[in-house]
Ligand binder design. Structure first.
Ligand SMILES: [Zn+2]
Length: 348
Protein backbone atom coordinates (compact mmCIF):
# COMPACT_ATOMS: atom_id res chain seq x y z
CA UNK A 1 0.00 0.00 0.00
CA UNK A 2 1.17 3.52 -0.82
CA UNK A 3 -0.93 6.21 0.87
CA UNK A 4 -3.78 3.72 1.03
CA UNK A 5 -3.51 2.76 -2.67
CA UNK A 6 -2.54 -0.84 -3.37
CA UNK A 7 0.58 -1.75 -5.32
CA UNK A 8 0.90 -5.27 -6.72
CA UNK A 9 3.80 -7.23 -8.11
CA UNK A 10 3.45 -10.41 -10.12
CA UNK A 11 6.63 -12.42 -10.75
CA UNK A 12 7.01 -15.57 -12.78
CA UNK A 13 10.12 -17.75 -12.64
CA UNK A 14 13.31 -17.75 -10.58
CA UNK A 15 15.60 -14.73 -10.88
CA UNK A 16 19.07 -13.80 -9.64
CA UNK A 17 17.25 -11.70 -6.99
CA UNK A 18 14.32 -12.50 -4.74
CA UNK A 19 10.70 -11.44 -5.27
CA UNK A 20 10.99 -9.37 -2.09
CA UNK A 21 13.96 -7.46 -3.53
CA UNK A 22 12.04 -6.54 -6.69
CA UNK A 23 9.01 -5.55 -4.69
CA UNK A 24 11.16 -3.37 -2.47
CA UNK A 25 12.61 -1.66 -5.57
CA UNK A 26 9.19 -1.11 -7.13
CA UNK A 27 7.73 0.18 -3.87
CA UNK A 28 10.61 2.62 -3.34
CA UNK A 29 10.33 3.84 -6.94
CA UNK A 30 6.57 4.36 -6.88
CA UNK A 31 6.71 5.97 -3.44
CA UNK A 32 9.50 8.36 -4.51
CA UNK A 33 7.75 9.36 -7.75
CA UNK A 34 4.33 9.94 -6.20
CA UNK A 35 5.90 11.97 -3.41
CA UNK A 36 7.88 13.93 -6.00
CA UNK A 37 4.74 14.99 -7.91
CA UNK A 38 2.60 14.91 -4.76
CA UNK A 39 0.21 12.80 -6.80
CA UNK A 40 -1.51 9.81 -5.19
CA UNK A 41 -4.41 9.84 -7.59
CA UNK A 42 -3.98 6.21 -8.70
CA UNK A 43 -6.48 3.60 -7.52
CA UNK A 44 -4.02 0.73 -7.82
CA UNK A 45 -0.86 -0.14 -9.72
CA UNK A 46 0.49 -3.47 -10.88
CA UNK A 47 3.98 -4.40 -12.04
CA UNK A 48 4.57 -7.74 -13.73
CA UNK A 49 7.88 -9.49 -14.37
CA UNK A 50 8.03 -12.31 -16.91
CA UNK A 51 10.94 -14.48 -18.04
CA UNK A 52 12.15 -14.42 -21.64
CA UNK A 53 13.60 -17.49 -23.32
CA UNK A 54 17.40 -17.45 -23.43
CA UNK A 55 20.24 -19.67 -24.58
CA UNK A 56 23.02 -18.90 -22.13
CA UNK A 57 23.50 -17.39 -18.67
CA UNK A 58 25.39 -14.37 -20.02
CA UNK A 59 22.36 -13.00 -21.82
CA UNK A 60 21.06 -9.81 -20.30
CA UNK A 61 18.01 -8.36 -21.86
CA UNK A 62 15.12 -6.55 -20.25
CA UNK A 63 12.39 -4.26 -21.49
CA UNK A 64 8.82 -3.47 -20.74
CA UNK A 65 5.61 -1.83 -21.68
CA UNK A 66 3.17 0.39 -19.82
CA UNK A 67 -0.60 0.08 -19.83
CA UNK A 68 -3.02 2.03 -17.68
CA UNK A 69 -2.12 1.33 -14.04
CA UNK A 70 0.13 -1.51 -15.14
CA UNK A 71 3.70 -2.04 -16.23
CA UNK A 72 4.82 -5.37 -17.62
CA UNK A 73 8.51 -6.23 -17.71
CA UNK A 74 10.03 -9.09 -19.69
CA UNK A 75 13.65 -10.11 -19.19
CA UNK A 76 16.09 -12.98 -19.36
CA UNK A 77 16.10 -14.54 -15.87
CA UNK A 78 19.81 -15.27 -16.18
CA UNK A 79 22.62 -14.79 -13.65
CA UNK A 80 23.75 -11.84 -15.77
CA UNK A 81 20.56 -9.88 -15.21
CA UNK A 82 20.73 -8.21 -11.81
CA UNK A 83 18.50 -5.93 -9.80
CA UNK A 84 20.48 -2.89 -11.00
CA UNK A 85 19.29 -3.59 -14.54
CA UNK A 86 15.75 -3.12 -13.30
CA UNK A 87 16.40 0.01 -11.22
CA UNK A 88 16.75 2.53 -14.05
CA UNK A 89 14.27 0.70 -16.23
CA UNK A 90 11.58 1.04 -13.56
CA UNK A 91 12.51 4.59 -12.66
CA UNK A 92 12.30 5.68 -16.28
CA UNK A 93 9.28 3.61 -17.29
CA UNK A 94 7.12 4.29 -14.24
CA UNK A 95 7.81 8.03 -14.74
CA UNK A 96 5.87 7.65 -18.01
CA UNK A 97 2.76 7.58 -15.86
CA UNK A 98 3.15 11.38 -15.83
CA UNK A 99 4.82 11.82 -19.23
CA UNK A 100 2.64 9.76 -21.51
CA UNK A 101 -0.32 8.65 -19.43
CA UNK A 102 -1.41 11.91 -17.74
CA UNK A 103 0.28 14.34 -20.13
CA UNK A 104 -0.25 12.53 -23.41
CA UNK A 105 2.30 12.48 -26.21
CA UNK A 106 1.89 15.06 -28.95
CA UNK A 107 1.76 13.91 -32.57
CA UNK A 108 3.79 13.10 -34.54
CA UNK A 109 5.32 11.16 -31.68
CA UNK A 110 8.90 11.13 -32.97
CA UNK A 111 8.99 14.94 -33.20
CA UNK A 112 8.50 15.26 -29.43
CA UNK A 113 10.71 12.46 -28.15
CA UNK A 114 13.03 15.12 -26.72
CA UNK A 115 10.23 16.03 -24.30
CA UNK A 116 8.56 12.67 -23.67
CA UNK A 117 11.74 10.65 -23.34
CA UNK A 118 14.28 13.31 -22.36
CA UNK A 119 12.17 14.94 -19.66
CA UNK A 120 11.03 11.51 -18.41
CA UNK A 121 14.68 10.57 -18.01
CA UNK A 122 15.57 13.85 -16.35
CA UNK A 123 12.73 13.69 -13.83
CA UNK A 124 13.32 9.98 -13.20
CA UNK A 125 16.82 10.92 -12.01
CA UNK A 126 15.67 13.94 -10.01
CA UNK A 127 12.92 11.91 -8.29
CA UNK A 128 15.45 9.17 -7.44
CA UNK A 129 17.70 11.74 -5.82
CA UNK A 130 14.77 13.37 -4.06
CA UNK A 131 13.42 10.04 -2.81
CA UNK A 132 16.79 8.77 -1.59
CA UNK A 133 17.14 5.99 -4.19
CA UNK A 134 20.64 7.28 -4.77
CA UNK A 135 22.86 10.04 -3.38
CA UNK A 136 24.14 13.30 -4.89
CA UNK A 137 27.38 11.66 -6.07
CA UNK A 138 25.61 8.84 -7.89
CA UNK A 139 23.17 11.35 -9.39
CA UNK A 140 26.03 13.51 -10.65
CA UNK A 141 27.83 10.53 -12.10
CA UNK A 142 24.79 9.36 -14.06
CA UNK A 143 23.92 12.83 -15.36
CA UNK A 144 27.54 13.60 -16.26
CA UNK A 145 27.74 10.33 -18.11
CA UNK A 146 24.81 11.39 -20.31
CA UNK A 147 26.44 14.82 -20.81
CA UNK A 148 29.75 13.16 -21.79
CA UNK A 149 28.24 10.85 -24.38
CA UNK A 150 26.03 13.59 -25.78
CA UNK A 151 28.74 16.25 -26.09
CA UNK A 152 31.48 13.88 -27.24
CA UNK A 153 30.39 13.78 -30.87
CA UNK A 154 29.54 16.87 -32.89
CA UNK A 155 27.24 14.86 -35.19
CA UNK A 156 24.86 14.75 -32.22
CA UNK A 157 23.70 18.19 -33.34
CA UNK A 158 21.32 16.74 -35.90
CA UNK A 159 18.21 18.86 -36.34
CA UNK A 160 15.06 17.57 -34.71
CA UNK A 161 13.53 16.92 -38.11
CA UNK A 162 16.22 14.38 -38.90
CA UNK A 163 15.59 12.65 -35.56
CA UNK A 164 11.92 12.64 -36.36
CA UNK A 165 12.29 11.14 -39.83
CA UNK A 166 15.20 8.77 -39.21
CA UNK A 167 14.25 7.78 -35.67
CA UNK A 168 14.39 4.04 -36.25
CA UNK A 169 17.43 4.10 -38.55
CA UNK A 170 20.19 3.66 -35.96
CA UNK A 171 20.69 3.15 -32.20
CA UNK A 172 22.64 6.45 -32.03
CA UNK A 173 19.67 8.38 -33.40
CA UNK A 174 17.22 6.53 -31.20
CA UNK A 175 19.08 7.45 -28.01
CA UNK A 176 19.74 11.06 -29.01
CA UNK A 177 16.32 12.58 -28.08
CA UNK A 178 16.72 11.06 -24.59
CA UNK A 179 20.12 12.70 -24.16
CA UNK A 180 19.23 16.00 -25.81
CA UNK A 181 16.01 16.25 -23.81
CA UNK A 182 17.74 15.49 -20.50
CA UNK A 183 20.50 18.05 -21.09
CA UNK A 184 17.89 20.60 -22.21
CA UNK A 185 15.72 19.96 -19.14
CA UNK A 186 18.73 20.47 -16.85
CA UNK A 187 19.53 23.72 -18.67
CA UNK A 188 15.93 24.97 -18.57
CA UNK A 189 15.71 24.26 -14.86
CA UNK A 190 18.77 26.42 -14.16
CA UNK A 191 17.53 29.14 -16.50
CA UNK A 192 14.03 29.26 -14.94
CA UNK A 193 15.55 29.38 -11.45
CA UNK A 194 17.74 32.29 -12.48
CA UNK A 195 15.13 34.40 -14.24
CA UNK A 196 12.40 33.70 -11.66
CA UNK A 197 14.93 34.66 -8.95
CA UNK A 198 14.63 31.27 -7.37
CA UNK A 199 10.84 31.34 -7.08
CA UNK A 200 10.21 28.68 -9.72
CA UNK A 201 11.74 25.67 -11.43
CA UNK A 202 11.14 23.33 -14.33
CA UNK A 203 9.30 21.00 -11.96
CA UNK A 204 6.75 23.72 -11.17
CA UNK A 205 6.17 24.47 -14.86
CA UNK A 206 5.69 20.77 -15.59
CA UNK A 207 3.34 20.44 -12.62
CA UNK A 208 1.24 23.19 -14.13
CA UNK A 209 1.11 21.29 -17.44
CA UNK A 210 0.17 18.09 -15.61
CA UNK A 211 -2.68 19.85 -13.78
CA UNK A 212 -4.00 21.19 -17.09
CA UNK A 213 -3.64 17.80 -18.75
CA UNK A 214 -5.82 16.29 -16.01
CA UNK A 215 -8.46 18.98 -16.50
CA UNK A 216 -8.59 19.27 -20.28
CA UNK A 217 -7.09 15.96 -21.36
CA UNK A 218 -4.94 17.68 -24.00
CA UNK A 219 -1.58 16.34 -25.18
CA UNK A 220 1.75 18.10 -24.70
CA UNK A 221 1.95 21.39 -26.60
CA UNK A 222 5.16 23.33 -27.20
CA UNK A 223 3.16 26.57 -27.48
CA UNK A 224 1.54 26.07 -24.10
CA UNK A 225 4.90 25.09 -22.63
CA UNK A 226 6.45 28.33 -23.97
CA UNK A 227 3.54 30.37 -22.56
CA UNK A 228 3.99 28.86 -19.12
CA UNK A 229 7.75 29.39 -19.27
CA UNK A 230 7.16 33.05 -20.08
CA UNK A 231 4.62 33.51 -17.27
CA UNK A 232 7.03 31.92 -14.82
CA UNK A 233 10.28 33.61 -15.79
CA UNK A 234 9.41 36.62 -17.96
CA UNK A 235 11.63 35.14 -20.65
CA UNK A 236 10.77 34.19 -24.21
CA UNK A 237 12.12 30.66 -24.63
CA UNK A 238 11.02 30.28 -28.27
CA UNK A 239 14.50 31.13 -29.64
CA UNK A 240 16.06 28.73 -27.12
CA UNK A 241 13.79 25.85 -28.18
CA UNK A 242 14.48 26.74 -31.81
CA UNK A 243 18.25 26.63 -31.31
CA UNK A 244 18.73 23.69 -28.99
CA UNK A 245 15.83 21.46 -29.99
CA UNK A 246 14.63 22.29 -33.51
CA UNK A 247 18.08 23.03 -34.91
CA UNK A 248 19.81 20.73 -32.46
CA UNK A 249 22.84 22.88 -31.57
CA UNK A 250 24.72 22.00 -28.41
CA UNK A 251 24.07 24.14 -25.35
CA UNK A 252 27.55 25.64 -25.25
CA UNK A 253 29.57 26.39 -22.13
CA UNK A 254 28.89 30.11 -22.69
CA UNK A 255 25.13 29.39 -22.57
CA UNK A 256 25.46 27.47 -19.33
CA UNK A 257 27.56 30.24 -17.80
CA UNK A 258 24.76 32.73 -18.38
CA UNK A 259 22.37 30.78 -16.17
CA UNK A 260 24.41 28.84 -13.61
CA UNK A 261 27.84 28.33 -12.09
CA UNK A 262 27.03 24.68 -11.34
CA UNK A 263 28.10 23.48 -14.78
CA UNK A 264 31.79 23.63 -15.69
CA UNK A 265 34.08 22.09 -18.27
CA UNK A 266 35.38 18.69 -17.22
CA UNK A 267 37.43 15.95 -18.90
CA UNK A 268 35.93 12.89 -20.51
CA UNK A 269 37.44 10.11 -22.62
CA UNK A 270 36.12 9.55 -26.12
CA UNK A 271 36.94 6.87 -28.64
CA UNK A 272 39.90 7.72 -30.85
CA UNK A 273 41.72 5.23 -33.05
CA UNK A 274 44.99 6.89 -32.01
CA UNK A 275 46.58 7.01 -35.45
CA UNK A 276 45.94 7.71 -39.11
CA UNK A 277 46.88 5.42 -42.00
CA UNK A 278 47.45 5.71 -45.71
CA UNK A 279 44.08 3.98 -46.17
CA UNK A 280 42.24 6.55 -44.09
CA UNK A 281 41.72 4.22 -41.13
CA UNK A 282 41.74 0.54 -40.25
CA UNK A 283 42.55 -1.75 -43.15
CA UNK A 284 44.64 -4.76 -44.06
CA UNK A 285 48.22 -3.63 -44.89
CA UNK A 286 47.36 -0.03 -44.01
CA UNK A 287 50.52 1.91 -43.15
CA UNK A 288 50.53 4.11 -40.04
CA UNK A 289 51.12 7.73 -40.99
CA UNK A 290 50.66 9.78 -37.80
CA UNK A 291 49.52 9.60 -34.16
CA UNK A 292 47.08 11.41 -31.91
CA UNK A 293 49.30 13.69 -29.84
CA UNK A 294 49.95 12.15 -26.41
CA UNK A 295 47.73 9.15 -27.20
CA UNK A 296 48.23 5.62 -25.90
CA UNK A 297 48.83 4.16 -29.38
CA UNK A 298 52.04 6.17 -29.64
CA UNK A 299 53.05 5.57 -26.01
CA UNK A 300 52.97 1.75 -26.30
CA UNK A 301 55.55 1.87 -29.10
CA UNK A 302 53.73 1.85 -32.42
CA UNK A 303 55.70 3.72 -35.08
CA UNK A 304 54.99 5.61 -38.28
CA UNK A 305 55.55 3.13 -41.12
CA UNK A 306 54.24 0.08 -39.22
CA UNK A 307 51.95 -1.99 -41.44
CA UNK A 308 48.70 -3.17 -39.91
CA UNK A 309 47.99 -6.87 -40.30
CA UNK A 310 45.48 -7.33 -37.49
CA UNK A 311 43.17 -5.18 -35.39
CA UNK A 312 40.60 -5.86 -32.70
CA UNK A 313 38.54 -3.37 -30.70
CA UNK A 314 35.01 -3.01 -29.37
CA UNK A 315 35.29 0.71 -30.14
CA UNK A 316 34.88 1.86 -26.56
CA UNK A 317 37.35 4.38 -25.11
CA UNK A 318 37.63 2.36 -21.89
CA UNK A 319 38.53 -1.05 -23.34
CA UNK A 320 41.85 -2.03 -24.82
CA UNK A 321 42.28 -2.45 -28.56
CA UNK A 322 44.88 -4.85 -29.92
CA UNK A 323 46.81 -4.27 -33.09
CA UNK A 324 49.30 -6.48 -34.92
CA UNK A 325 51.81 -4.82 -37.24
CA UNK A 326 54.69 -5.75 -39.50
CA UNK A 327 57.84 -3.69 -38.99
CA UNK A 328 60.43 -4.87 -41.46
CA UNK A 329 60.78 -8.62 -40.86
CA UNK A 330 59.21 -8.45 -37.41
CA UNK A 331 55.58 -9.05 -36.45
CA UNK A 332 54.64 -7.09 -33.35
CA UNK A 333 51.51 -7.03 -31.24
CA UNK A 334 50.40 -4.06 -29.10
CA UNK A 335 47.55 -3.37 -26.72
CA UNK A 336 46.48 0.21 -26.18
CA UNK A 337 43.55 2.37 -25.10
CA UNK A 338 41.84 3.89 -28.15
CA UNK A 339 40.85 7.10 -26.41
CA UNK A 340 41.34 10.82 -26.39
CA UNK A 341 40.53 13.24 -23.62
CA UNK A 342 38.15 16.09 -24.39
CA UNK A 343 36.50 18.76 -22.24
CA UNK A 344 32.72 18.83 -22.03
CA UNK A 345 30.16 20.58 -19.80
CA UNK A 346 29.71 18.67 -16.52
CA UNK A 347 27.85 19.17 -13.25
CA UNK A 348 30.26 20.46 -10.64
ZN1 LIG B 1 10.63 6.07 -22.22
Amino acid sequence: MINGKPLYLGVRGQWSFSDDQVFDLVRKTVRAQRAFWNDYNVKFYTVGLLPLKYENENEREVDGRGFSNTFVTAGTNTKALGLDDLTFLYNHELMHHWFGHILKQAEPENAYKWFHEGFTDYFAHVAMLDGGLFDQEAFKKRINNVFSVYYSDSTHQWPNEKLQNDYWSSPAIKILPYQRGLVFAAYLNESIKKYSRGTSSLKQVVQHMLAEARLYNKPFSVDRFLQLLKETSGQDYAPIVERFITQGSFIAMADWEKVTDKVVLGPTEVYDLGFTTDKGGIGMNARLTSFTEGGDAQKVGLQVGDVMVGFKSDFKPTSYASITVKRGEETLKFKYLPSRRIMVPQLK
